[in-house]
Each structure stands twice: as C-alpha cells, then as structure tokens.
Design a protein around this ligand. Structure first.
Ligand SMILES: N[C@@H](CCC(=O)N[C@@H](CS)C(=O)NCC(=O)O)C(=O)O
Length: 212
C-alpha cells in the first residue's frame, strides 16, 4: 500500500497513527502542498484524488481510497485488531461523533485553501484570519468536544480509538498556531496518554521523511 500525504497534513497524520496502531507498514509518497502551487493540484495526483487534497491510500491492486476517515474505517475492516471503532453500537457512535466533530466541523474551516481564500480573494488581514482560526478551533470545536468526552485515559476508555486518531493531529495544529487549550482537562488527559504510545510518536510530522 502507498500513502500519499504531507508531513504537516493533519488528515494524513490521522491515517499514519491508525496504520501504526495496527502495525501496518506502507510506502510513503509525499505530496508537497505548498511547492509550485501545490503538488496536490498536479494532474497525476488529481487522477488519484480529484479533490486535490491528501491523504489518499493506494492499494496493491491499484485502487485508491480517499478521505482520512474512510481510509481508517477501511483499515479497521481489513485488520480489525486493535479496533479503532468499538464493536458496541452506542460507543461506536460516540467515537465517530467526536471524530466527525473534528474532521467535519473544525478541520474544513481551518484548512489551507480556506485560509488562503480569506487572505487572498477576500482580502482579510492576518489578524482576522488568526481570529477565525482560533474561533473555529476552540469555541466552535474543542470546547464542545471536551464536553462530549467521559474523561477516560483516552478519548473513550483505556485504548486509543478513531477519536484519538483525529484529536491528536488537531491539537498539533492548535499548538503550531499558538491556540491554548490547557483549560480542557479531558482533552489534555487523552493527549497525554496518546503521547506515551510509539504509534503516535512515530506518526508525528517531525518524524516523517518529507519533514522540513
Ligand atoms: N476531509 C479530508 C480533508 C483532507 C484535507 O483537507 N487535507 C488537507 C491537508 S490536512 C489538504 O490536502 N489541503 C490542501 C489544500 O488545502 O490545498 C480528509 O479527512 O481526508
């Protein structure tokens, strides 16, 4: 399998964590999101993912799966242990709800192309863009998510799930953009537990072959 990604892409980071938790190795194919207008917009990548975003997972038979959550669900179906979406339907729904709150409510509003559009065509200042970013990350995102968590060692229970795979990369983005979230104790606890696992450590952007 080949994973098309970018070291700092939080969506690709989610998939790297899931692969590591399952002990799966893939070939990494870096797609530089900033070079020459973005390699994600080059025809050879668009042929794999017409959305022009990473990640994309190419299987050995040549088929391609896009969207990080779809990729992780695929991995969970193909190699169920350790389970990233729990078997119980209620818990599974709660795990997916936190993952989707991050992937659908925070991430798209703070994605590179959205920030570029605010700064470029809409002519907003960097200050406005920073406020936008902080608002959708915290008040619109992490603060309600804090209330969705039970306060366990990981997001839900004693082992990482799809929710932790999404949370940790989003927190990496928050730190990088200097948005403080120390007041969110349950999120902090889950982050601390994940940080102790090599699967999370090895997936960190700074550990990737294309890291700059
Ligand atoms: N919902 C998608 C989001 C993917 C996404 O937005 N990836 C970003 C990097 S984190 C990207 O490729 N951005 C390129 C751009 O904005 O031009 C997923 O979960 O895979």
């Amino acid at each position: 399998m080949k994973l098309y990604g970018y070291f700092r892409s939080s969506a690709a980071y989610r998939v790297r964590i899931a692969l590591n938790l399952k002990g799966l190795t893939v070939q990494h194919a870096p797609v530089h999101l900033l070079k020459d207008g973005g390699e994600q917009m080059q025809p050879d990548y668009l042929a794999r993912n017409p959305q022009g975003i990473v990640p994309a997972l190419e299987l050995d038979d040549g088929s391609v799966i896009t969207q990080s959550l779809a990729i992780i669900e695929y991995l969970d179906a193909m190699k169920p242990e350790p389970r990233l979406v729990p078997a119980g339907p209620v818990l599974a729904a709660k795990v997916r709800a936190v993952a989707l709150a991050i992937a659908c409510e925070i991430h798209p509003l703070n994605n590179l192309r959205v920030l570029d559009y605010l700064k470029g065509p809409l002519r907003h200042s960097q200050g406005d863009v920073d406020r936008w970013y902080g608002h959708w990350l915290l008040a619109g995102g992490l603060e309600p998510i804090e209330q969705m968590l039970p306060g366990d060692r990981f997001c839900f229970g004693d082992a990482p799930t799809l929710a932790d795979c999404c949370l940790v990369p989003q927190l990496f983005n928050a730190r990088r953009c200097k948005v403080a979230y120390d007041h969110l104790a349950k999120i902090g606890r889950a982050e601390g537990s994940c940080a102790l696992l090599p699967a999370f450590e090895d997936a960190h952007p700074s550990r990737q072959p294309d890291a700059q």
